[in-house]
Design a protein around this ligand. Sequence first.
Ligand code: PEP
Ligand code: MN
Length: 269
Amino acid sequence: MKNIKLAALQGSGRTIVRVGNVKVGQGFTIIAGPCSVESEEQTLETARAVKAAGADMLRGGAFKPRTSPYAFQGLGLKGLKILEKAREETGLPIVTEVIDTRDVSWVCEYADVLQIGARNMQNFSLLREVGKANKPVLLKRGMHSTIEEWMNCAEYILNDGNPDIILCERGIRTYETYTRNTLDLSAVPAARELTHLPVIVDPSHGTGRVGLIEPMSMAAAACGADGLIVEVHRNPAEALSDKEQALTPKQFEELARKSRAVHKFVGEL
Ligand code: PEP
Ligand code: MN
């Protein structure tokens, strides 16, 4: 591996990405919220619930990269304005995906963290654009990508001047069909070995199954992840995207409590 900047900081401590008062890379950071911003009521209600359950940041997609062009594509600017309202009310910083280079600068006016989705991990012009942005970037691992390819994408962002990168393992495609993806938890210690950047896990897209999300969250905490990003909906059956993997606020509360307990326990070993 020849990731110059990623390797350069090794030995001089780990990067802590600051997002408002949240320090990703210190303690265990939990990001939660709906897959998509669907309406003001849905987003605010979910934001209040995840905040009460101990989430540190709110996630929600306003631009959705969908497999089918006929599926819900997100509310765009209207969605970002709803997220802004949710931040005003709850104080939770906003994590939201950007899918087009032309949107990066103005999405920065609403987002606290720019998410680069799995499908765009190797969209090099998008990486270079968020590399020039003054907001932290959450870089998901591509579903078909090796760890080395993922690291090189972080290197693109760093090379353009943005040091605030949060890596996110979200599962890769394998022969398995029971789960939506195969959550590669070995990527967590691997990425922590290769870089100084914080690494979080997305067990929602990583499994695609409600019943597997809490156990894999605890496993992520046990293997050294710096946090989680989890999909929560006030009424999963009504979600416009990814309803099979949406947790209720109650399920999320349990997950957050148990994952933090595992993180604490492992930290004391
Ligand atoms: C998402 O977080 O809603 C999403 C689309 O994730 P991924 O890019 O990992 O599929
Ligand atoms: Mn989703």
